[in-house]
Design a binder for this molecule. Structure first.
Ligand SMILES: [Fe+2]
Ligand SMILES: [Fe+2]
Length: 347
């Protein structure tokens, strides 16, 4: 029951975010980060209320009028002088820049002194990818669970190959919506376990949530390059609804199997991005300039191209492969994740 309730809420949130637009990782000034949005909304409300003759300080009546869609009466302030209007404008601006709740962001700059344009990640969360990571590593399935995980992942690959063929941009964008789920589910369940058992997690909550965030940044990058169509958005909704719940149950039943499956999914992701790179090199896919968000997130050169972005994303997938096979191995040896050092910051 609780889960279905959560599902409804998350669906409505997802649906709203889909309706609102494609990117929840906007630059500062485009009104997305909490600290920016709330004052922005407050200023908008204030302006509207003042126009409706309600006055901001009366608060609730103004909200009521807006929600009830009553006709807006001619503003009493219409007769006010230009000076008064200017004063109100400046008041509105001050609300945007400083919050009643004391929430405001310090000015953040890049190393070269230019202003940091992103609200969704900060300079200290960026990194240079380790491109020398071994991409060929493979966990040879040894026992029944390993073989089950390996064959299931190979089976899942068939419909994705048929559906996307060599449309790698679209494929990557769609699959990243799935790839960002396991880390969040695993991190969430370890978090709850830590609370229930009064135990430290050994850093694994953070490590898995980092993976989820990293995958989400892959998505935020890909969506700059490929615009999802309406039916693809619907497909994401359906797949997320099924996959989140399925992985949630799987992680509860067997984290060993869940991590092994993710490890094999990451091996497949490496393969897919390698094929993506082949098409860029052959000219089948245009090597367009890298999205601005990727240049800042992976500290790429300013003239970086799509190929550079795919190289770092593929390296990330190799790191996720290692983390998840490692996690599964820990369980295989009869230990808990917290018994081994968590690979926090492993990129
Ligand atoms: Fe990814
Ligand atoms: Fe990954």
């Amino acid at each position: 029951m609780v889960l279905s309730g959560l599902g409804t809420v998350s669906c409505s949130v997802v649906l709203r975010s889909l309706i609102n637009g494609r990117n929840n990782c906007n630059r500062s000034g485009t009104a997305v980060g909490t600290a920016t949005v709330m004052p922005f909304m407050a200023a908008e409300m204030r302006r509207h209320c003042a126009g409706a003759g309600g006055g901001w300080n009366r608060g609730f009546p103004c909200w009521k009028r807006m929600m009830a869609s009553e006709p807006v009466r001619p503003p009493a302030e219409a007769k006010s002088t230009e000076k008064e209007k200017e004063k109100k404008k400046s008041e509105g601006k001050s609300i945007v820049s400083s919050s009643y709740w004391g929430i405001s962001r310090q000015k953040v700059t890049r190393e070269d002194g230019t202003e940091w344009p992103w609200n969704c990640f900060m300079p200290w969360e960026t990194y240079q990818s380790n491109l020398s990571i071994d991409l060929t590593k493979h966990h040879v399935p040894k026992n029944f669970l390993d073989k089950f995980a390996y064959r299931t992942v190979k089976l899942i690959r068939i419909p994705t190959d048929v559906f996307f063929k060599r449309r790698f941009g679209c494929r990557a964008m769609m699959l990243e919506t799935v790839a960002a789920v396991p880390g969040m589910v695993g991190g969430m369940l370890l978090h709850l376990r830590s609370l229930r058992k009064f135990q430290h997690s050994g850093g694994w909550i953070k490590a898995l949530l980092e993976e989820a965030e990293n995958e989400r940044m892959h998505l935020m990058t890909m969506v700059e390059l490929v615009q999802p169509r309406w039916y693809e958005r619907m497909l994401v909704l359906a797949v997320q609804g099924v996959f989140f719940n399925a992985f949630f149950v799987l992680y509860l039943l067997s984290p060993k199997l869940a991590h092994r499956m993710v490890g094999y999914l990451e091996e497949e992701a490496i393969h897919s991005y390698t094929e993506f790179l082949k098409d860029i090199e052959s000219g089948a896919i245009e090597n367009v300039p890298a999205p601005a968000i990727s240049i800042d997130y992976w500290r790429l050169p300013k003239d970086a191209k799509l190929k550079d972005v795919i190289l770092v994303i593929r390296a990330d997938e190799a790191h996720h492969r290692d983390v998840n096979h490692f996690a599964s191995d820990i369980h295989f040896h009869g230990k808990e994740l917290r018994d081994a050092p968590a690979p926090v910051g492993y990129h």
